[in-house]
Write a protein that binds this ligand. Structure first.
Ligand code: AP5
Ligand code: MG
Length: 197
């Protein structure tokens, strides 16, 4: 099973990914974490990524797609099922992902869309910025991240609704409660698609 966890900055993609890994044994790929690791190691990709991340902008599609494809190709566990956290974020990324998986006889099964009111997103990220010092968790960058999300990433919701893969989830409440709704949505959709699964 391949799952995309989708949602605005601060919507709980990383938090709920951990629960999905525990329950379904999926391999987690967070493009944000991959890029932050490059920045920490001061790699050439990290040097490029830093300028975009610190402004709350997206890394260019061509580079991001290449990075993601290399990770999947080099990770044997990815064949058994992945959870993609933070990718795709644009229509070209989603189209590239479909082509890439189709070539390998694979596909995305579920897109879990965490829907959280904007004020709560901002509160969560400001709080995390104060606790962890994450570089893009300051008010100005948060506002840019949200703007970019509305402009470039929200069109993916319709893209995946058309593909019949979008599972909308209320992303506020306790972490356990939200995860309960995610598991129910995945299992109900899986049951409908293949009743003998
Ligand atoms: P990325 O790292 O993906 O960041 P993001 O999308 O902005 O999302 P966050 O990681 O901030 O939030 P999250 O949804 O994971 O929520 P979390 O569980 O942490 O991307 C960073 C940057 O990298 C991008 O801006 C871009 O520059 C670049 N990038 C990445 N992917 C890219 C791509 N595909 N293309 C181009 N550029 C790309 O939760 C947030 C906080 O809330 C935490 O403190 C958590 O503890 C708390 N929390 C979680 N759940 C709850 C709850 N139920 N109640 C209360 N608090 C909660
Ligand atoms: Mg995250």
């Amino acid at each position: 099973m391949n799952v995309v966890i989708f949602g605005a900055p601060g919507s709980g993609k990383g938090t709920q990914s951990e629960k999905l890994i525990e329950r379904y044994g999926l391999h987690h790929i967070s493009t944000g974490e991959v890029l932050r690791d490059h920045i920490a190691r001061k790699t050439p990709i990290g040097q490029i990524a830093k300028t975009y991340i610190n402004q709350g902008q997206l890394i260019p599609d061509s580079l991001m797609i290449k990075i993601l494809e290399e990770i999947i190709d080099n990770e044997p566990k990815a064949k058994e099922g992945v959870i993609l956290d933070g990718f795709p974020r644009t229509i070209p990324q989603a189209e590239a992902l479909n082509r890439f998986l189709a070539k390998r006889g694979q596909k995305i099964h579920h897109v879990v869309g965490l829907e959280v009111p904007e004020e709560e997103l901002v509160d969560r990220m400001i709080k995390r910025g104060a606790q962890t010092g994450r570089a893009d968790d300051n008010l100005e960058t948060i506002q840019n991240r949200l703007k970019v999300y509305h402009e470039s990433t929200t069109p993916l919701r319709d893209f995946y609704i058309k593909e019949g893969k979008y599972r909308p989830i209320k992303g506020s409440g306790s972490v356990e409660e939200i995860f309960g709704h995610i598991a129910e949505a995945i299992e109900t959709a899986t049951e409908k698609e293949s009743p003998n699964f």
